[in-house]
Design a protein around this ligand. Structure first.
Ligand code: IPE
Ligand code: IPE
Ligand code: MG
Length: 234
């Protein structure tokens, strides 16, 4: 797959199973992120999009949200050097204006220092929601119509898609959700219209290279028809 999108789920349960607090699971999950980036780089994946914090996750207990924000900051701060070494370009997608100034600054800085890297594009979805993404795109189009720059009949799937969060990358080929739940939880709604879905029971901190390669093998056996019939695509 060229573009892999992952819902990293199951950190809380992983910690609870070990009698630890939920944030221990989130911390352990950072290790998995590092492993997955490495394997994706080796396997020739061009874009990796990770769901780190949804627009709905603000509804969690205050202490957990606070821990997640702190972890996001420290992990980002620490991992950027490794990304540079591994030729990984970082991009954050989502409404980052809700984050602290300090975190926003670090995000912008990290994106800037990795901007020339071209082995793998790592997109981290933070305060991201698929509905938010479509809504903000619709607003931009509406503004253009209001300014007289765009006609209503120029609103097409293509022009709308151009205003989504990552218009310059191909849509995900493979979607993976760890942790056993079988839902999309407001991840890349528009972009996943024709994405192959893969669900696995492994909790995110336990998700290892073999689990990822198993997902890739499963994907390799799929036939993507995009509405056509088998004879047309084989
Ligand atoms: C996913 O793990 C990480 C985030 C949502 C930030 P969870 O925290 O949702 O873990 P479970 O689903 O409760 O086990
Ligand atoms: C989805 O996981 C969001 C992230 C992994 C960041 P959740 O654990 O928040 O999803 P639900 O609430 O179980 O659907
Ligand atoms: Mg969860």
């Amino acid at each position: 797959p060229e573009h892999v999108a992952i819902i990293m789920d199951g950190n809380g349960r992983w910690a609870q199973q070990r009698g630890k607090a939920r944030h221990a699971g989130h911390r352990a999950g950072v290790e998995t992120v590092r492993r997955v980036i490495e394997t994706c780089g080796q396997q020739g994946v061009r874009v990796l999009t990770l769901f780190a914090f949804s627009s709905e996750n603000w509804q969690r207990p205050k202490t957990e949200v606070k821990m997640l924000m702190e972890l996001f900051f420290t992990a980002l701060n620490r991992e950027v050097r490794r990304m540079k070494k591994r030729n990984v370009r970082l991009r954050i997608i989502g409404d980052i204006s809700a984050f602290s100034d300090k975190l926003q600054k670090l995000i912008i800085e990290s994106e800037k220092t990795t901007a020339d890297n071209d082995c793998l594009l790592l997109q981290v979805a933070a305060n991201y929601g698929g509905r938010w993404d479509i809504t903000q795109a619709a607003r931009k189009l509406a503004e253009q119509v209001e300014q007289g720059e765009l006609k209503v009949d120029q609103i097409t799937e293509e022009t709308l898609a151009q205003h989504l969060s990552c218009p310059d990358v191909p849509e995900p080929d493979l979607f993976i959700r760890t942790g056993g739940e079988k839902r999309i939880s407001n991840f890349l709604l528009w972009q996943c219209a024709y994405t192959e879905l893969y669900f696995c029971e492994t909790l995110w901190p336990d998700f290892d290279q073999e689990d990822l390669l198993a997902a890739f093998r499963d994907y390799a056996g799929r036939q993507r028809r995009f509405g056509r019939v088998a004879e047309q695509v084989s």
